[in-house]
Design a protein around this ligand. Structure first.
Ligand SMILES: C[S@@+](CC[C@H](N)C(=O)[O-])C[C@H]1O[C@@H](n2cnc3c(N)ncnc32)[C@H](O)[C@@H]1O
Length: 446
């Protein structure tokens, strides 16, 4: 065995999708592609003073919950990480990560419920961001490799709905014939960067979004006509102009075909979602999460609610139906506009949208709130937001998180004045290591 390869027993599953073991001498090693209970030969890829990282070279003792992954690109494409283990085991491992993060960072060792599953393990994504590239002078379309900007050319993705796969098969050729230049992030030359596909599972609508570097996109008309002939499933085509190389979907847009919004319906509400606005990525789990949060807050109809990071109003609408009023705080202009429209569509007059950064809003907020719900991006709410929440003293808090480490960091602060009533993981992203968590808290009696 080479010097750089060690035999490691994987003791547990760690945040970020790694199997965790120890090197001879006791240093922790985070191993990509290994699962708890396995004995593996690991090649060290990075060694720091306190921890190391590695990749599996050979599995010596294989976990019995491993399975054959359903995707031919698994292991190369960075989209999925754990498609090679049973779905039930995926749910268990995700719960363990939440338990571990809350214990280590927030010093919470109370109950964490079993992960609520996604009704569909595959085809669940309602948004995918693909990248265009050239390979041997031909147009290719695909997903990025893990921790890399290299694009894997794909023509089928099992976690996407069928209309996205049809687009993956047809659009590279349409783009090739159109002769539009593909953008090269190194030279910063070229036009077309990404295809973003969005889907409404409730209304069976598909939106194709072409993202270009600049406003110029003369080939758009040809591409539009070809799509309408070849991919009848697509009922909305959008052109987004975005000069940023970091964020895929943002910037001004033009509707090339169709209504220009995606329509989504839940049991009690309807939403219109603009092309660049956030929406939860797995419809059936979003439905379960809205039900869980609104039911477990035990609303009486008399509450004043602050809904922070409200987006287009996924939680806002139901909360407004069950309470006195909701103030929805959101920084994206497009989402605020859509949120107000959604309030109208649902005939709700007790929602006030505030277009603002959450910290700025809270700092100048002098009112009270019975309940605060917050659903921040991956970076979490942070110290300043938590400080303001503690000042406002809501009776209950519902924290919806897509990153268990920033969740645990923020819970450590809120725990001073709040008891944790429920911790509920949801499987918003099957086949990946990501886990969504709802934490419900109640103010301590003093
Ligand atoms: C995870 S999404 C949640 C949206 C919504 N609650 C939902 O379920 O659809 C986070 C939202 O916070 C918004 N956002 C991000 N940073 C923000 C900030 N500092 N202040 C206000 N809104 C912010 C984003 O535009 C996005 O709509």
């Amino acid at each position: 065995m080479s010097e750089n390869v060690n035999t490691i027993y994987i003791e547990k599953w760690a945040y970020g999708g790694y199997g965790l073991g120890k090197l001879p001498g006791g240093k922790l090693i985070f191993v990509e592609g290994a699962y708890p209970g396995e004995l593996v030969n690991v090649k060290i890829t990075e060694e720091k003073s306190d921890v190391a990282f590695g990749k599996v070279e050979e599995i010596l003792e294989r976990a019995n919950y491993r399975r054959v992954p359903k995707c031919k690109y698994f292991g190369v494409c960075g989209g999925c990480h754990i498609m090679d283990i049973d779905y039930k085991k995926q749910l268990e491992l995700k719960r363990e990560v939440v338990v571990d993060q809350l214990k280590r960072i927030a010093k919470f060792d109370g109950k964490v419920s079993d992960t609520i599953e996604s009704d569909i393990e595959f085809g669940y994504r309602n948004k995918m961001e693909y990248t265009f590239t050239y390979e041997n002078n031909k147009v290719k379309l695909g997903l990025k490799m893990r921790n890399s900007n290299k694009v894997v050319d794909i023509d089928d993705c099992p976690i996407s709905p069928t209309s996205f796969n049809k687009a993956l098969q047809e659009i590279p050729e349409i783009v090739e014939i159109s002769k539009v230049k593909i953008y090269n992030p190194k030279s910063r030359a070229g036009t077309l960067k990404h295809l973003v596909m969005r889907y409404s599972h409730s209304n069976n609508q598909t939106m194709a979004i072409f993202v270009t570097k600049t406003e110029r996109f003369e080939e758009a008309e040809f591409i539009r006509t070809q799509i309408l002939n070849r991919i009848p499933q697509i009922n909305s085509i959008i052109h987004v102009m975005n000069s940023s190389d970091e964020i895929v979907l943002r910037g001004p847009y033009k509707t090339l075909y169709g209504s220009g919004v995606l329509e989504v319906e839940m049991d009690y509400e309807k939403f219109q979602i603009p092309p660049t606005a956030f929406f939860q990525n797995n419809y059936n789990v979003a439905v379960k999460m809205v039900d869980f949060v609104t039911k477990n807050l035990n609303l009486t109809g008399s509450e004043n609610i602050l809904d922070l990071y409200a987006g287009i109003g996924t939680f806002t609408m139901r909360l407004a139906m069950l309470s006195r009023n909701v103030v929805a705080v959101e920084s994206s202009h497009i989402s605020v506009k859509a949120g107000k429209a959604n309030a109208n569509i649902n005939n709700l007059r007790n929602i006030r949208y505030e277009e603002s950064d959450v910290v700025e809003f809270l700092k100048s907020y002098t009112g009270n709130a019975d309940i605060i719900i917050l659903d921040p991006p991956r970076s979490g709410a942070g110290k300043e937001v938590c400080k303001e929440i503690l000042r406002i003293k809501p009776h209950k808090i519902a924290y919806i998180s897509c990153d268990s480490s920033t969740l645990a960091r923020d819970i450590a602060l809120l725990k001073e004045d709040y008891n944790i009533i429920a911790v509920q993981p949801f499987d918003m992203f099957p086949q990946t290591y990501h886990v969504e968590t709802v934490v419900l808290m109640e103010r301590k009696e003093r």
